[in-house]
Design a protein around this ligand. Sequence first.
Ligand code: CLR
Length: 293
Amino acid sequence: MLPAVVKLCCGISYPHLRSMSGLQRTAIAALGQELAHMQRGGWFPLSEWTSHMRWPLGRDSSDAGRGDLRPIHLREEELSYVRQGQDSLKTALEIVEDKDGWKIEISEANGDLIYSKGLPGARKVFRLEAILDATPEELYEILFVKVEEMHQWNPNISQIKVLKHVGTETVVTHEISAETAGNLIGQRDFLSVRHSCKRDSCIYLGGAATQLESLPPQQGFVRAQDGPTCIILQSLSDKENSGKTHFTWLLNMDVKGWLPRSIVNQALPRAQVEFTRHLRMRLTAGPAQGGER
Ligand SMILES: CC(C)CCC[C@@H](C)[C@H]1CC[C@H]2[C@@H]3CC=C4C[C@@H](O)CC[C@]4(C)[C@H]3CC[C@]12C
């Protein structure tokens, strides 16, 4: 019965589907994938993920500077990374947008503020709020598009590699933090799915730990987990702040290993302060090696 109904619906909607573009096409391709999956006997409730297709992929998300040509035949594995990315962003935004229970952890002389909050399970998350002298697009370029260059301007990161691109909004990355003098936690590696989404005057970056068969935990490294995490880049339009960005960053990290919680809870907000300091230096100095900003 269900396949017959689906066939009937497809017949009726075929002319409309042909004229669709951008996100609509991706959504339809995703639906096609799901139906194929169901047909192969791997049924799982559609509603579990269709809710994410509408959000946070808003009407603008297809144009984060990347045109309209999108792969419409995502493989199931790739689709799963897109879903993980969207889910991480959604979960992280829920944490950030819940106004209860935040307390100021660090207040910097330059106005940057870091708040913290305990989540169920005794984990503490940190939220940095800062104003940066760059547009959201410039920051998106530095933080997402050129993520592999991050070690050039941030000595706390020793390497970031993009292992997989899924469309233009989702990547799987392998990150290795540096063994720096001030870092009591020691070197870590991370395997993360990172997802971007543009809506109105905001660009959102989400991320969470993921798995990749070809990159199991590496010998000699403690694999930490970053996320669900997000960065919100909100364009400021008032007179004195025009061209600037309100930068919100939720750090939600399980550093793993055997470490006293008090050490971890001091190191994480400090890592945020450091990160922002280097980001500002990158903004004033431009890229480390040639090229235009
Ligand atoms: C304290 C120790 C364990 C870690 C210190 C380094 C931390 C601060 C580093 C390690 C990996 C880094 C992340 C690597 C990749 C991205 C994706 C990018 O789009 C936004 C920044 C973001 C999210 C980085 C934020 C800073 C980060 C979390």
